[in-house]
Design a protein around this ligand. Structure first.
Ligand code: CP
Length: 316
């Protein structure tokens, strides 16, 4: 197999266009394989063990990684809640936990509350570490499945306009996706958020330096007819230090059916999920709603990453 250039996945900036194509091509192969009879990759990782170490709650990321590993024939070590049921509760450092887990597993998937924790764990680790979300830092595998979903819905990613809506301050998925979008041409991003949840300057400066046009806009209604993709996000109550700020931010941007009607016919609605109130269920049956397909794409992307990082035979 041609060598995969990454030992770990901790942030989106690690990916260039060639690596993105490689991951997406393998994900396509995984999607085909899951409906093939017989399956070629059902035992591809049969001697490998993945540890899923989640210090924060998760439905999609944890279960899709575990499902991906199971569908490749590998084994899983997991805990319900690493903050409470691992020795972190006794004061063990992430460094020590990581050093120890390297002896038990061939790959570690980790979600943690501290930005930068996945990179630190990767530096301490002798096996691949995948960042499954590090606080308000990054969520690179979510960004990969987001981009894979966009790639599936449009002939090309070049030239697309995307509205990112909601909690842009604490939302790690919008940060990670923004970094990946710099790998494409003529991208425009509209940031739509309550004033207390604005996108940080570091990311906006990165976009400018890397050729992405961006604008901040208060009015969702104004942006909806202009964009190809609306990426809604939840206001992340758990990350606010001041509950009054949370109250100021929540409920401001809701994509009801009346607003969906303002969107282009061929545009799409995305959301990393979980949602709270920002997309009512009435929108789910609109053909533009892609958030459940987006979540399903997590399986193909995570199967691809596991195969590529664990170095098994794959065309890619
Ligand atoms: N999108 C996402 O990360 O969902 P979970 O928090 O359920 O993993």
């Amino acid at each position: 197999m041609e060598k995969f250039n990454l030992n770990h996945v901790y942030e989106s900036q690690q990916f260039d266009s060639d690596l993105l194509d490689r991951v997406f091509n393998v994900a396509d192969e995984m999607k085909k394989d899951l409906s093939a009879e017989p399956r070629r990759y059902s035992q591809a990782l049969k001697d490998k063990i993945m540890a899923s170490l989640f210090y924060e709650p998760s439905t999609r990321t944890r279960f899709s990684f575990e499902s991906a590993m199971a569908r490749l024939g590998g084994s899983i070590l997991t805990t319900e809640n690493a903050k409470e049921f691992s020795s972190a509760a006794k004061g063990e450092t992430l460094y020590d936990s990581t050093r120890v887990m390297c002896g038990y597993a061939d790959l570690i998937v980790m979600r943690h509350n501290e930005p930068g924790s996945a990179k630190s764990a990767a530096e301490a680790s002798t096996v691949p570490v995948i960042n499954a979300g590090d606080g308000s830092g990054q969520h690179p595998t979510q960004a990969l499945l987001d981009l894979y979903t966009i790639r599936d819905c449009f002939p090309t990613i070049d030239g697309l306009s995307i509205a990112m809506v909601g909690d842009l301050k604490y939302g790690r998925t919008v940060r990670s996706l923004s970094y990946l979008l710099t790998k494409y041409n003529n991208i425009t991003i509209y940031f739509v958020s309550p004033p207390v949840c604005k996108m940080d300057d570091d990311l906006k400066n990165y976009l400018t330096t890397n050729g992405v046009t961006w604008e901040e806009e208060n009015s969702l209604e104004k942006v909806l007819p202009l964009v190809d993709c609306v990426y809604m996000t939840r206001i992340q109550k758990e990350r606010f230090h001041d509950l009054e700020d949370y109250k100021r931010a929540s409920g401001k941007y809701i994509l009801e059916m009346e607003k969906v009607k303002l969107m282009k016919e061929k545009s799409i609605i995305m959301h990393p999920l979980p949602r709270v109130d920002e997309i009512p269920r009435e929108v789910d049956n609109d053909p533009r709603a892609q958030y459940f397909e987006q979540a399903e794409n997590g399986i193909y992307i995570r199967m691809a990453l596991l195969l590529l990082l664990l170095g098994n035979d794959i065309k890619g």
